[in-house]
Design a binder for this molecule. Structure first.
Ligand SMILES: [Ca+2]
Ligand SMILES: [Ca+2]
Ligand SMILES: [Ca+2]
Length: 240
């Protein structure tokens, strides 16, 4: 439903062909409203922090309108833009999340009925990657992020949420994390605290991850795009 209502494109992608950068173009998202026939109209451009590179849409504040969370790479922040129902947003709330955030995922990780955010980030060269979890109470995003260290050096890239162990709470799978790490799974204790469960290694390392029931056994599986080579890995979830 969110995908039908909103197609949000980061203006940064437009800059590939631009010789001179218009002021503010690295600090904005645009919303393209679906006409219902496969065409889109640009509806609104909204300011963000410096260098927005990834986003996710979810209902964060409970008003019934889809909201958007944007990670801002240069600023080291995540901003939540509350949707007002017409393709525009109310004032954004920004929270420092740490150096080099990359991939945001929304789910109710702590099971309080409100959507939270998990963000994969790479603190610094040769340092372990981190998954930062931000508790959302619907309005306030000022709580300190809870970090889970991935345990190996390197950059995590893609991030997805799914109930990987069947206990009813959303877990995480992250692509990358080191040169030899295709992906890792992190299990949720039900209160939004994560621990690394399984690490899947290969020579290329992973750059993106998707989750779905590939073999139809009712257990979520992982599909991982390898880094720098034209291959994907399918990791079948074990029957429970
Ligand atoms: Ca909302
Ligand atoms: Ca929550
Ligand atoms: Ca779970």
């Amino acid at each position: 439903m969110l995908a039908q209502l909103l197609f949000v494109q980061i203006l940064r992608a437009h800059l590939a062909a631009a010789r001179r950068l218009p002021a503010g173009w690295l600090r904005a998202v645009s919303v393209l409203v679906n006409h219902g026939d496969g065409t889109f109209a640009e509806r609104a451009v909204t300011a963000t922090g410096a260098t927005p590179i990834a986003l996710t849409a979810a209902e964060f504040n409970g008003d019934g309108y889809p909201d958007v969370a944007v990670v801002e790479s240069r600023a080291g922040t995540v901003s939540v833009l509350p949707g007002v129902g017409d393709g525009t947003f109310g004032p954004r709330q920004s929270q420092s999340i740490g150096v080099s955030p990359k991939a945001p995922v929304a789910a109710d990780f702590d099971q309080d009925g409100r959507s939270d955010l998990a963000v994969a980030r790479a603190p610094r060269y040769l340092a372990p990657g981190v998954i930062a979890m931000l508790h959302g109470d619907g309005k306030d995003w000022s709580s300190k992020p809870m970090d889970t260290t991935l345990g190996t050096h390197g950059a995590p890239y893609g991030l997805v949420a799914a109930d990987l162990d069947g206990d009813g709470t959303p877990d995480l799978a992250v692509a990358g994390g080191s040169a030899l790490q295709a992906a890792a799974t992190l299990l949720n204790d039900g209160e939004g605290h994560f621990s690394v469960s399984t690490v899947y290694e290969n020579a290329a390392g992973g750059v993106a991850v998707a989750v779905g029931d590939v073999d139809g056994d009712g257990v979520p599986d992982l599909v991982i795009a390898d880094h720098g080579v034209a291959t994907v890995n399918v990791i079948l979830g074990r029957c429970r």
